[in-house]
Design a protein around this ligand. Structure first.
Ligand code: ZN
Ligand code: ZN
Length: 322
């Protein structure tokens, strides 16, 4: 199980990003149990993956199904422009939200994106404002659709805006979650602002969304730790049932799970997804890289003696991940 703070320290020592550290870790130690609580073993992983893909195909998400099935099996080939002409490979990932192999990298990415928000909070503290943890729930309808998730997120925005009307400087990061092995959609929210009584929160949430259950408390952990804790939800598969994972992937298609609201929106850092891997140059000689045409099985690339250079093209992820 990954200890994120230790991982960050090691990544800093090696002079690579946390995302690249996650990527290495996934390759060295296999995938599935990055954050614990997973009961999928490697032997049945491919069959499990196939069953998730079947659900995606049933819902006409053909290219996602193919990518999910082929995640981490193939690699793009690179060669360096140095005198040694070193041969390298870069794995092709699916980058889907509920892929056990891709989740640790997505976690690292989200952390980098949202951490500056909390740094901004500690730099400009407001009197009477605290970091609070809010959970807003919805009634379990037994299924989950993109429209339902979008409405849920809009209702959260409306509820917080209504509660904070006239208040300057409040902010929130929300993260959608579904219950383990069920479709019970709820949101974990890190909220920075003045005291809100639980009863007032419940009243406004009910008025706007029709749902009832809410929790609010002062954050037990520091802002940074609370964020780590919250983003771990994004990084853990919420179920081991491949059918449910497939349905979640369909439900969240085209919808983000993590959102920043209020002033927090202004502090969100650039999505590191737009930036290529820090393995930008040849690890042997530092020369620039040329992409070669085609792709090959990762095992073949390894047998050929090629060197791993991590994710190279990440721009497309922005449209659907997180
Ligand atoms: Zn993947
Ligand atoms: Zn080289």
């Amino acid at each position: 199980m990954i200890d994120v703070r230790k991982a960050e320290a090691q990544a800093a020592q090696w002079d690579i990003s946390l995302r690249d550290w996650m990527e290495l870790h996934t390759h060295v130690f296999g995938n599935v149990d990055a954050f614990g609580d997973s009961d999928i073993d490697d032997a049945s992983a491919e069959e499990w993956r196939g069953r998730v893909s079947d659900v995606l195909i049933e819902h006409k998400l053909f290219s996602k199904a193919k990518r999910y099935m082929e995640c981490s099996r193939y690699a793009h080939l690179y060669q360096c422009k140095g005198d040694g002409k070193h041969d390298l490979f870069s794995p092709i990932y699916c980058d889907l939200r509920f892929c056990p192999r891709c989740a640790p990298r997505q976690f690292a990415r989200l952390l980098r994106k949202y951490e500056p928000v909390l740094k901004a909070v500690s730099a400009h503290k407001k009197v009477g404002f605290r970091i609070r943890e809010i959970t807003l729930t919805s009634r379990n309808t037994g299924n989950l659709t993109p429209a339902q998730i979008k409405k849920f997120n809009q209702d959260i925005k409306k509820a917080l805006k209504s509660l904070m009307s006239g208040v300057e400087g409040w902010g929130a990061i929300l993260c959608d979650e579904v219950g383990f092995e069920n479709t019970n959609l709820h949101a974990h929210i890190l909220f920075y602002g003045p005291y809100i009584p639980q009863s007032r929160l419940a009243e406004v949430w009910n008025e706007i969304s029709g749902h009832e259950v809410v929790y609010i408390s002062e954050a037990h952990k520091s802002g940074g730790k609370a964020l780590l804790y919250m983003l771990k939800y994004v990084s853990k598969p919420p179920a081991s049932d491949p059918n449910l994972i497939g349905l979640l992937e369909v439900a969240f298609h085209g919808t983000r799970r993590v959102h920043a609201l209020g002033t927090f929106y202004n502090f969100v850092s650039e999505d590191s997804d737009n930036v290529n891997s820090e393995w930008g140059n040849c690890p042997h000689c530092g020369a620039e890289l040329t992409k070669l045409p085609g792709s090959t099985r990762i095992q073949k690339a390894i047998i050929e003696g090629r060197t791993f250079v991590g994710t190279k093209s990440t721009a497309r992820r922005k449209t659907w991940a997180n």
